[in-house]
Design a protein around this ligand. Sequence first.
Ligand code: HEC
Length: 306
Amino acid sequence: MKKFSLLMMVLTATVSVFAQEAATVTEEAPATIPNPSLGLSTTELLIITLLIFSIILLFVAFTLYNSFKVIYQERINPTPFKTKEEKLLDYEEWQKLNKSKPSIWNKLLSLKPLSAEKDLEIPHSYDGIKELNNPVPTWFNVLFYGTLIFAAGYMYYYHIGEHGERQDDEYKTEMAKADIAKQKSLSKSTSSIDENTVKVDPSQIAVGKGVFDANCVACHGQNGEGLVGPNLTDEYTLHGGSVKDIFKVVKYGVPEKGMVAWEKNMSSANISAVTNYILSLQGSKPANAKAPQGEKYDAAAETTAN
Ligand code: HEC
């Protein structure tokens, strides 16, 4: 026991030294270190890990110490194999008397001891190869019958009782919910800007270029020079060239002529941004520009008319 208490002392001493070192580190650590997890700093985590590790080490040491003690005592002073009536036996006889019960593990795997193999043999052999009639392991049967019971419950819940939503219905509900959420967010954003409140705002041009590149180049060309859709860089327009006109065309589209109505798929902020981008393209004279369509738009006349 003396040895053990010595061991304990050494171990506790190391632990406290670790703790002290760690504590000094914490003090030095800058306060701005971000918390990696659980609201603990790296140092704190390190201390906790070291503490847990030393406790495990202590436990292992204690177990080892006990086993060595048993081995040592058995060496010096072996316990004789004997019955309760103090009759001395040899090892085999003693083992038969002290037959241990099969462990839970063995029961679960339906393992049979080697000595029972004779009873398991199926009475045929091929080229001297014999077959054992090993039972199906319990865990497998539990699993197998478990799936049957689960299937019955599932069938009743979803298909007969119709208590729960089936996958396809669940999908429909989710889509409907998403639709509602989409409508909500769109109406929220369209309520913020419409064709009456849209303004010329050069700060939106960069965002607008992103929107244009993602949605419009297929029909209006990389630089608005026109492809299927008209040239957006010249002074001629089909639907007017004011910020309100352009906003309206983009929002409601010209479905019969192939211009998409973007209001369903684009927030009003993005429509406003792309409108400003189109305005910024005025007079940029890109290569391969499409011939003018519509009437010449005169900004000055428009402002005086309004
Ligand atoms: C599927 C092809 C297509 C796409 C995509 C498309 N447009 Fe159009 N756009 C057209 C067509 C075609 C017209 C001409 C409509 C007409 O003849 O009245 C047009 C017209 C316009 C006009 C009016 C031009 C004028 O002369 O009055 C504007 C502005 C416009 N589009 C902007 C956009 C923006 C912004 C996008 C991207 C968000 C876009 N378009 C995406 C095909 C498209």
